[in-house]
Design a protein around this ligand. Structure first.
Ligand code: EPZ
Length: 423
């Protein structure tokens, strides 16, 4: 097992580049099952979830070849395996996005209930209902689901809840289905139009991606020859760096990002008194002398998204006055605040969704365990702000979505070591 040993940071300065988005590449890879020809993916982040998805695709018969430092070629098999490797599929939530393409392509998808970050209930009812509306027969036995449909048929699907991965899964399935599919109350996260644009380039007919109504005309024959899916910058990583800069800059430039994708967060940072300058593909943050309290409520994109909730909480512990945080998306995503309190924060959990933060309180270095990907990064931020060294354990959660985070933060002045630890 590995841990991060983190010394307090005085001032972080310079340029920190953002890598390709985890939540875009995983869907780009899943889409390979819709193809009969190879295509390239560029701007590949070196993260554990990428590797997991690669393992899963390989077990389905896809040939995955690295053709450069940040490029891979995916060659789909003539007859993909319909059964996902249960051990790998269970280990990360995004495995569920494969079920749409797999079912559409092979007529069958066999998979276990997907696992992943423990941030609350993560049902798959929207996926199953949507695919059933497209004609799939859904069976479940001992935790293994089997979906079957000779050919999916386009349908009008209204999502009772806005879901990113359900939108992506059904959009991909609909590309090969017979007839027209209309997805209403769809998610609008930037990873969705990025996926749709690439599929359209290869022959799909998707319109409206990035809005809440997506129309897909099915029956496409996708051709990826000479096509490259360039993965968009990771907006969650970019935003987390911006929050860190607001806490410990100097002046820090977050490079290779899309400022527009961060609008919800940047508005909250401005409200906290942070000075922000934006260029075409960068954001420059100057930490203020004093941070002001802010009341935030997580929302679907383009609002203040749930993935910023935990790093922003760390910022609020340093703001002068009382802030409130309302986590509306997940009911298990405030648990980590107990450890922030052990570090010296004063966060009152009112219920599983609501917290009051009283600041500023000095934070003190402690040994903490990363409970999930985003809270793990929040602990790194807290450790950089704290007095005295901290150890963040269970960092495999962090490695799932952030490429060599310690090296990149050290490049801008942090002192973080990856160390082996028992247990
Ligand atoms: C995506 O998860 C992201 N993951 C998450 O990032 C992100 O936090 C989340 O969207 C934001 O909404 C990927 O893209 C791989 P949802 P997703 O389905 O799609 C409920 C990270 O760390 N719901 O949009 O799994 C669900 O319980 C991850 O990168 C149902 O009720 O989330 C939640 O309350 C964590 N039934 C809400 O919808 C379903 O069938 C939104 O979840 C599906 C979801």
């Amino acid at each position: 097992m590995e841990a991060f040993f983190i010394q307090p940071a005085r001032r972080l300065e310079g340029v920190i580049p953002v890598r390709g988005a985890k939540n875009s590449i995983l869907k780009a890879m899943a889409a390979s099952l819709l193809f009969r020809t190879p295509f390239l993916i560029d701007n590949v982040p070196h993260i554990v979830d990428y590797q997991q998805m690669e393992n899963l695709l390989v077990s389905a018969g896809v040939l995955v070849e690295r053709v450069g430092e940040r490029q891979v070629r995916l060659t789909p098999p003539r007859h993909p395996e319909s059964t996902l490797d249960p051990e790998v599929a269970q280990s990360f939530r995004s495995s569920v996005v494969l079920i749409g393409p797999l079912l559409a392509r092979t007529g069958k998808a066999v998979f276990p209930y997907p696992g992943g970050c423990v941030i609350g209930k993560r049902p798959i009812d929207l996926f199953l209902e949507g695919l059933a509306r497209m004609g799939a027969l859904v069976r479940e036995e001992n935790g293994i689901f089997t979906l079957s449909a000779k050919r999916l048929i386009g349908a009008d699907i209204f999502f009772r809840k806005v879901s990113v991965t359900a939108t992506e899964t059904l959009m991909m399935a609909a590309v090969l289905a017979r007839g027209k599919t209309v997805l209403s109350n769809a998610a609008r996260e930037p990873e969705i139009p990025a996926l749709a644009e690439f599929l359209n380039l290869c022959g799909a007919r998707i319109s409206g991606a990035g809005t809440s109504t997506i129309t897909i005309r099915g029956g496409a024959k996708l051709d990826g020859a000479r096509r490259v899916f360039r993965i968009i910058p990771d907006r969650v990583e970019a935003g987390s760096f911006a929050i860190l800069a607001a806490l410990r800059g100097g002046r820090l430039r977050v490079a290779n990002c899309v400022p527009e994708h961060l609008a919800g967060l940047l508005a909250a940072l401005r409200e906290a008194g942070v000075f922000i300058e934006c260029g075409k593909d960068w954001v420059e943050i100057t930490a203020p002398k004093q941070l002001f309290p802010v009341n935030v409520q997580t929302r679907e994109y383009p609002g203040f998204v749930t993935d910023f909730q935990s790093p922003f909480m760390v910022l609020l512990t340093q703001a002068v006055g009382m802030s409130t945080v309302f986590e509306t998306i997940y009911e298990g995503r405030l648990e980590y605040t107990r450890d922030l309190n052990r570090m010296g924060a004063e966060i009152i959990l009112c219920d599983p969704h609501r917290a009051i933060v009283v600041g500023p309180t000095p934070l003190f270095g402690r040994v903490v365990e990363s409970p999930d990907l985003r809270a793990g990064l929040a602990f790194i931020l807290a450790a950089l702000v704290a007095k005295g060294p901290s150890t963040v354990q269970h960092i495999y959660h962090i490695d799932r979505g952030y490429e060599r985070i310690e090296e990149r933060l050290c490049d801008v002045g942090a002192d973080i070591k990856r160390v082996a630890c028992a247990g």
